[in-house]
Design a protein. Structure first.
Lengths: 113, 108
């Protein structure tokens, strides 16, 4: 069984540009979660998608957005990039019912210069 | 005050030692997760607890809902257990709140 896959592995952008990060969940998982791990700040919850809808979001500005496609894969878009957006962005998936375990991808490391 | 506190922040031990990492929290939760993050950044979910105790191989996780406290134990520790261990609270609606992590180093 393939795990959660994220692409690209690394992404370098300049301030003001837009970044698009992609995530493919484990087959059969309908929920996708996005997290940010900035240096020295620990993991923070960004977004939760389930069945194509945004179900919850963390304390991030609207320039962080995303979507979930009919095949349950997901995109995270970050507009008007700022230097402090440099971080490891992790995606996780789950069955989305009850308290089902999370399965994490290896992350996309975004560097904003 | 942070909603979730982990201790210790850093822990160095010798191979074979019994390891305990603690997580205390101040809010109501529906579940608590223990995660392992290796230096490359990848995260593995170790346990999800809502009550009692769970065991997987050399790893044991316990939670006391009344005292708002959870522990992760590693028996017969090995250098490959070296990683950052993160406690995360699920307050419902899948919005996890993460601890700052405990960096564990096991020396051979």
């Amino acid at each position: 069984e393939a795990g959660v896959t994220q692409s690209p592995t690394h992404l370098i952008k300049t301030r003001g540009q837009q970044a698009t990060l992609r995530c493919s969940p484990i087959s059969g998982h309908t929920s996708v979660y996005w997290y940010q791990q900035a240096l020295g700040l620990g993991l923070q919850f960004l977004l939760w998608y389930d069945e194509g809808e945004e179900r919850n979001r963390g304390n991030f500005p609207p320039r962080f957005s995303g979507r979930q496609f009919p095949n349950y894969s997901s995109e995270l878009n970050v507009n008007a990039l700022e230097l402090e957006d440099s971080a490891l962005y992790l995606c996780a998936s789950s069955l989305g019912v009850g308290n089902s375990p999370l399965h994490f991808g290896n992350g996309t490391r975004l560097t904003v210069t | 005050k942070n909603e979730v506190e982990q201790s210790p922040q850093n822990l160095t031990a010798q191979e074979g030692e019994f390891i305990t990492i603690n997580c205390s929290y101040s809010v109501g939760i529906s579940a608590l997760h223990w995660l392992q993050q290796h230096p490359g950044g990848g995260i593995v979910s170790l346990f999800m607890l809502s009550s009692g105790k769970k065991k997987h191989g050399r790893l044991i996780a316990t939670i006391n809902i009344q005292e708002k406290h959870s522990s992760l134990h590693i028996t017969a520790s090995h250098p490959r257990d070296s990683a950052v261990y993160i406690c995360a609270l699920d307050q419902g609606a899948q919005k996890l709140v993460f601890g700052q992590g405990t960096r564990l180093t096991i020396n051979p």
